[in-house]
Design a protein around this ligand. Structure first.
Ligand code: ADP
Ligand code: ASP
Ligand code: MG
Length: 409
């Protein structure tokens, strides 16, 4: 008897036919005494459509109301899927995040799962149901809904699997697994049989949209093996786990990721004195603006002003603009410029450690493509360059084909 959490993304449940396809697949794979929890996303592009609807009403970030709106997408799909199971003779019950016991933080649009009390889910399973849970949402201790960030249904699934000590969490999607880069950008991307939590976390953090980073973090924390695979075929996908089962799967570079959900913020005329960086970044943090890739230009001690450049996500641009405008009014910065047409390209691989030439090779490839690098940042297992958004596909293909494929041999 196994306990399995299966998550189906938006494209897998985009139409009534696709919902039935999922139901048939789950029932075909389910052994008599398996207990199955199905986590679903909103149908197709529903979440994007809801975002657009809100934008037609206001450009201001009304977090609480936005979360109520966005959380409805998943509620449609859980109800329809539970009905489809019952049509096929399988008892099923749908649950919102709150009903599934998912307690989340009150940071609207970026909720974090704090705790999960899965007792109601267990009870429904014991009664012989397939339990269909709404992804991407939780409830705060005050009873407000928060959503978990785009792609957050992955996190619902892995966190539930962790809290319920499930045997495996399967992430069903519209590609056959995790590839060395987005197969829609680079046609010769290769499917990875395995990848470690650490490398997958870095890939996801740097933009590989196939998994939400927090889901990978949860998997690692609770030791849940994650199997990313296709909804539309039976092939084995990619297993995300602690370590490789075979040396052969280790590569210097596992993959290349891109992220176009990024804006570059340049602060001009920042006072060169202790405490100013703290003031700026604390003001942004107070409004939940995530900051990344910070560079402060080098000045001599005598200089009274300096410049600071950093990146944020596009979702935070409106809020960042508000914060920076008030710092400008207060005279803490002279001015600021936000460029929304930027992208990050990154290479990821634990094998890069102790391979000093890799960074030079990456920069060389970008230079051959005549792509300007605006900011560079590195972690132990990744190198990221900020470039113009219009060149991101060229950058991905060139880096992938010359560096990843080459090193794989
Ligand atoms: P779902 O709706 O199932 O959650 P997503 O669109 O969130 O699906 O994630 C799947 C998509 O992720 C793929 O269609 C693919 O274009 C994209 N993707 C980006 N990077 C990768 C990668 N390295 N491997 C596989 N898919 C990737
Ligand atoms: N529906 C949400 C989104 O589009 C959550 C998800 O699909 O994981 O981001
Ligand atoms: Mg997704």
């Amino acid at each position: 008897m196994a306990l399995i959490v299966k998550k189906f993304g938006g494209s897998s449940v985009a139409t009534p036919e696709k919902i039935y396809n999922v139901v048939d697949r789950v029932l075909r794979d389910k052994k008599e005494d398996d207990r199955v929890v199905v986590v679903v996303s909103a149908m197709g592009d529903t979440t994007d459509d809801l975002v657009a609807l809100a934008k037609a009403v206001t450009s201001r970030p009304f977090g609480r109301e936005m979360d109520r709106l966005l959380s409805t997408g998943e509620q449609v799909s859980i109800a329809l899927m539970a009905m489809a199971f019952m049509e096929k003779g399988q008892p099923a019950v749908s649950m919102t995040g709150a009903q599934a016991g998912i307690l989340s933080s009150d940071t609207h649009g970026k909720g974090r799962i704090l705790t999960i009390d899965p007792s109601r889910v267990f009870a429904a399973l014991e009664a012989g149901n397939v339990v269909v849970v709404a992804g991407f949402q939780g409830i705060t201790d005050c009873g407000d809904i928060t959503t978990l960030g785009r792609g957050g249904s992955d996190t619902t699934a892995v966190a539930l699997a962790g809290a319920m000590q499930a045997d495996v969490c399967e992430i069903f999607t519209d590609v056959e697994g995790v590839y060395s880069t987005d197969p829609r950008i680079a046609p010769n991307a290769v499917k990875l049989d395995e990848i470690t939590y650490g490398e997958m976390l870095e890939m996801a953090r740097l933009g590989a949209g196939v998994m939400q980073p927090r889901a990978v973090e949860m998997g690692s924390r609770y030791g849940v093996p994650i199997h990313v695979r296709s909804t539309f075929c039976d092939k084995e996908g990619t297993i995300i786990r602690e370590d490789y089962t075979m040396e052969a799967n280790k590569h210097v570079i596992q993959g290349v990721a891109d992220d176009t959900n990024v804006a570059k913020v340049s602060l001009i005329g920042v006072k060169n004195k202790p405490g100013i960086a703290h003031l700026i970044f604390q003001s942004l943090a107070d409004k939940n603006v995530d900051v990344d890739m910070i560079v402060q230009s080098v000045r001599t001690v005598e200089d009274t002003i300096t410049d600071i450049v950093f990146t944020i996500t596009l979702d935070d641009v409106v809020m960042a603009r508000e914060v920076l405008a008030s710092l400008k009014t207060a005279g803490d910065i002279e001015d600021f410029v936000i460029n929304e047409q930027m992208a990050k390209v990154s290479i990821v691989g634990a094998g890069m450690l102790g391979q000093p030439g890799v960074a030079a090779q990456m920069f060389g490839i970008l230079s051959e493509e005549n792509i300007n690098i605006e900011i560079i940042s590195t972690s132990e297992i990744s190198i990221t360059c900020l470039i113009a958004e219009e060149r991101v596909k060229d950058a991905i293909r060139a880096i992938h084909d010359n560096l990843v494929i080459d090193k794989r041999g």
